[in-house]
Design a protein around this ligand. Structure first.
Ligand code: ADP
Length: 182
């Protein structure tokens, strides 16, 4: 199974991604986690990414796409994958399309996590990651609306929309059920 998860910051994508990846037996590939790992190891990629992440801006596509392309060449991604946080722009989606075409693969579904915006800010303020200050949160929400939300139309023929308000278990079950019912 080849899946992409899309949803605004705070929608609980990361938590659900881990659980779904386990259920589906595919690797969970999170660009946010990959960037944070590079940041903490102070790799050149991490140093480059830091200033964008700290501002709530997107890391440039050239850097992000190369990182994902690399990750997808690892053995565990041969059987499928669950992408979390990528693609985040139409241009990244075009690049992913090219990467998959080269591999003779295609996405099975794109899962959208739906949560009202008020609920999102409350959740993120409670999480307390270093880039979870109010200004940066607002900036990330705006980037989502401007850059990422257009993907919902881009992927309309493969889109599976799930109400992401509820307990963690409830939401996981909803996604699994929506994927089965597709
Ligand atoms: P959130 O879902 O809360 O926005 P992530 O962990 O997915 O957090 O991402 C954190 C930061 O990493 C983003 O604000 C951005 O700077 C960077 N990032 C993650 N994925 C991408 C991507 N696909 N393209 C560009 N930047 C990204």
């Amino acid at each position: 199974m080849r899946l992409v998860l899309v949803g605004p910051p705070g929608a609980g994508k990361g938590t659900q991604a881990e659980r779904l990846a386990e259920r589906l037996d595919v690797p969970h590939i999170s660009t946010g986690d990959l960037f944070r790992a590079n940041l903490s190891e102070e790799t050149p990629l991490g140093v480059e990414a830091r200033r964008y992440m700290d501002a709530g801006d997107l890391v440039p596509d050239s850097v992000t796409v190369a990182m994902v392309r690399d990750r997808l060449t690892e053995d565990d991604a041969a059987k499928g994958f669950l992408l979390d946080g990528f693609p985040r722009t139409v241009s990244q989606a075009d690049s992913l399309g090219e990467i998959l075409t080269e591999r003779g693969e295609a996405l099975d579904a794109v899962v959208e996590f739906q949560v009202a915006e008020d609920e999102l800010v409350t959740r993120l303020m409670a999480r307390g990651r270093s880039d979870d200050t109010e200004d940066v949160i607002r900036r990330r929400q705006q980037v989502y609306r401007d850059e990422t939300a257009p993907l919902l139309d881009y992927y309309r023929d493969r889109l599976v929309t799930v109400d992401a308000v509820g307990s963690v278990d409830e939401v996981t079950d909803r996604v699994a059920e929506a994927l089965r019912a597709r």
